[in-house]
Design a protein around this ligand. Sequence first.
Ligand SMILES: Cc1cc2nc3c(=O)[nH]c(=O)nc-3n(C[C@H](O)[C@H](O)[C@H](O)COP(=O)(O)OP(=O)(O)OC[C@H]3O[C@@H](n4cnc5c(N)ncnc54)[C@H](O)[C@@H]3O)c2cc1C
Length: 409
Amino acid sequence: MIPKHKSILIIGANFSGLTAALQLPKTCDVTVVDPSPNFEWIPGIHEILSGVKTPQGLRLDRADIIARAGHRFVQDLVTRIDARKRRVTLAGGDTLNFDAAIVAVGGIGNSYQIPGVDSHTWPFRTVADSQAIEQRMNTLQQKPAPLQVVVVGGGLSGIEALGELLRRYRHRPEISFAMVEASTQLMPGFPKTLDADLHMICQEHRVSFHTGESVARVTPQGVWLASGKRLPSALTIWAAGLAPPPLLREAKLIRSPHTWAAVHQTLQSRYAPSIFVVGDAAALPKPVSKQAFNAIDMGAVAAYNVTRWLADQSLKDFKPPATPLLLAFGDLQTYMIAGKTVLASKTLAGAKEGVYQLFMAQTAPQPGLQGVPSALRRRRKSWKELVVPGLLSLKDFRATSDCRPLKLL
Ligand SMILES: Cc1cc2nc3c(=O)[nH]c(=O)nc-3n(C[C@H](O)[C@H](O)[C@H](O)COP(=O)(O)OP(=O)(O)OC[C@H]3O[C@@H](n4cnc5c(N)ncnc54)[C@H](O)[C@@H]3O)c2cc1C
């Protein structure tokens, strides 16, 4: 039982923060702060590049969702967290006090202080970023001259961006692509078989891969690699990893270099007991991947623990869910990755789409019949582009080379 007069503040309301807000009962005094009016389905932003998704289809009205949960939404940016005084300062000038807080601010793009990255590359973190790239591509491709697009970062977001660009532009002989990845394989940290499969698929297309190469500088004309190679580039997409927002270090929630906000397995900060840190921003004793499914589960555990902590009760540990990762490579392939097992099939595009549709339908502010028009809008195009082609290729299920096939029901 939480004492009624205790206030809970949630900073950041996307996957982890919004889940925490939705889990906290209406009887709690909860305030949620986020500068953006919309929840964004970030794992789908690559599909804006090909036109399979619209920006509108990836957004939900945050104020409505939070109001429906019975809480207060403040659209503003937290500029300072004073953990000792349990107070935050907002960009608008106000301050908010809290008895306990959930910090769910995610990460920011990491430029690694490489010259030219901030001014000459296009970030790829939000719906607006993806929309800006799509519009730039529209302008560039109207000129008949050859053009190359460079994607820096061969992890999940870079690969998914490249896949959608190939879906849309691979039939245009004047457009070519280059991918730079500092690790010696694409999708570092995942089974090597993925790297081999992606290389094999791209043999037929105008894609050059530069793995084991790091970027030395970026200019408006192209990307210079540390090895001395120069890749001409009309548009450079920066998908090369995340860094913690400076706010976390300034609040002393991060105290060592090159780390995120250190938490116990209960998600309680190691340095400020009234603060729980969740999602991409958190550094657990045993690191977990920075994925939406982990962020969602952390949000639920933090909501439970924050009320227990306020009531002076014992906390429970966060246990990472054993959720497989779905990686889309445009209309060329979709992979399901569970540990060392990789399953490849275009049919899996439908499963990825199902995860998105289910989450959006469950989280959308208008329940029942009121929500039908926006749900139909979300489904119409993706059904045609993602689900039907997948069903037509049901026969192509296979495990990529050196791995065990998943057991299918
Ligand atoms: C292109 C791309 C593809 C991805 N694909 C997948 C995928 O297929 N599957 C998967 O599981 N994961 C995927 N991810 C990862 C997933 O999106 C993240 O793990 C997830 O968004 C993390 O959730 P979060 O709540 O920690 O942070 P975020 O979702 O980043 O949300 C942080 C929120 O905090 C707010 N905020 C930031 N600073 C402040 C502040 N100072 N004050 C107030 N509010 C603030 C922001 O506005 C934002 O709303 C992908 C990521 C990218 C970029």
